[in-house]
Design a protein around this ligand. Structure first.
Ligand code: NAP
Length: 312
């Protein structure tokens, strides 16, 4: 298939292109950077240099490429995962998803694209018992930044799903780990854990759903080839409380055990986001992706060989 990828050079874009090329797909990729364009050429990918906020350039690029499928992985997230850096990045990240994404979607429609897949987020299911599934409403209430993120995601998912002209597929990914992510051994959170700057908040009962970046790419390829229009939660098999994964992560890094702070202290030092991620987040079920995409995620890297139970 001929496939156009926006956001092709980021953490998920890189393995995604490798897998698409490995399966013989013909790939055209958007980048703002002539240097990254050169790397794309070396990967056998046809680059298009444009800024996604330039609607005319994006439209011309997609029409010229004539793809059957468009994949949108645009984000503008920082290299560090802290309250300050995430707040500083929020405005542009929302803009790239809303305005940037709108330009790519409009271009895809103008080019007569058949199928459109886009990145979304698995960790905003409304709090409740058990794991969230694709029908679980998204939660708005926890912190201003999370609420703004959820409003953005609701809008980008809505406009794709309500579009009658394309097969829209929303991929709600879990927390990325693996090369190029915050949770790689050379990533920002690993460094914070080594410095004992990444604490367990309260009793650490927020439940995280993880996703290796290579598995994110392979689920995306499966959705390109055999997915049905609609939403898929793409997460691994073992959602885990923070107190469990963070302690195991520290051990795996040979770092000291993570410190523990009260909810009040976390609110004061890091704000409401930290309390949401640390104590309120709900895990997500990957049952639909396993059933319909044949998704087979690997076990969380730093738990392999340990006897940690599933979260409920
Ligand atoms: N579910 C999750 O856990 C999740 C999801 C996403 C990201 N993250 C994390 O966020 C961190 C950074 O992610 P990342 O590596 O994907 O970010 P990144 O390196 O900033 O990649 C973002 C992608 O969007 C493209 N892009 C950004 N602005 C653009 C614009 N104005 N016009 C055209 N293209 C534009 C970039 O293309 P060019 O730079 O080539 O122009 C790049 O391909 C990583 O740690 C990652 O794990 C986590």
């Amino acid at each position: 298939m001929r496939i156009f990828v926006a956001g092709a050079t980021g953490a998920i874009g890189r393995p995604l292109l490798t897998q698409l090329r490995g399966l013989g797909h013909d790939v055209v990729a958007l980048t703002r950077s002539p240097e990254k364009a050169q790397t794309l050429v070396e990967q056998g990918v046809e680059p298009v240099i444009a800024d996604v906020f330039d609607a005319d350039a994006v439209k011309a690029a997609v029409i010229r490429a004539q793809p059957e499928v468009v994949i949108e992985q645009l984000t503008s997230l920082p290299k560090t995962f802290t309250a300050e850096s995430m707040s500083a990045a929020a405005t542009l990240n929302i803009r790239i998803r809303l305005a940037g994404g709108a330009n790519v979607l409009a271009a895809a429609q103008a080019a007569g694209v058949r199928r459109y897949l886009r990145q979304s987020v698995a960790f905003y299911g409304v709090p409740g018992t058990g794991l969230a599934d694709e029908e679980t409403p998204l939660a708005f209430g926890s912190s201003p930044r999370v609420a703004a993120d959820v409003r953005t995601i609701t809008e980008i998912e809505r406009r794709l799903q309500e579009n009658p002209n394309l097969e829209g597929i929303v991929l709600r990914y879990g927390f990325f780990y693996g090369p190029g992510t915050w949770f790689a051994p050379d990533g920002d959170v690993a460094e914070q854990v080594r410095q004992q700057q990444y604490p367990i908040v309260g009793n650490g009962e927020g439940i995280w759903s993880w996703l290796h970046i290579e598995d994110a790419a392979s689920a995306t390829v499966a959705a390109v080839e055999q997915g049905n229009p609609g939403i898929y939660l793409i997460t691994d098999d073992r959602p885990l409380e923070v107190r469990v994964w963070l302690s195991a992560f520290a051990q795996w890094l040979n770092a000291p055990p993570p410190p523990q702070v009260s909810v009040e202290e976390a609110l004061r030092s890091s704000g409401a986001d930290a309390v949401y991620y640390g104590t309120q987040m709900r895990g997500a079920s990957n049952a639909k992706a396993k059933r319909e995409l044949g998704f087979q995620p690997r076990p969380l890297e730093w738990l392999v060989g340990t006897a940690v139970p599933h979260a409920s």
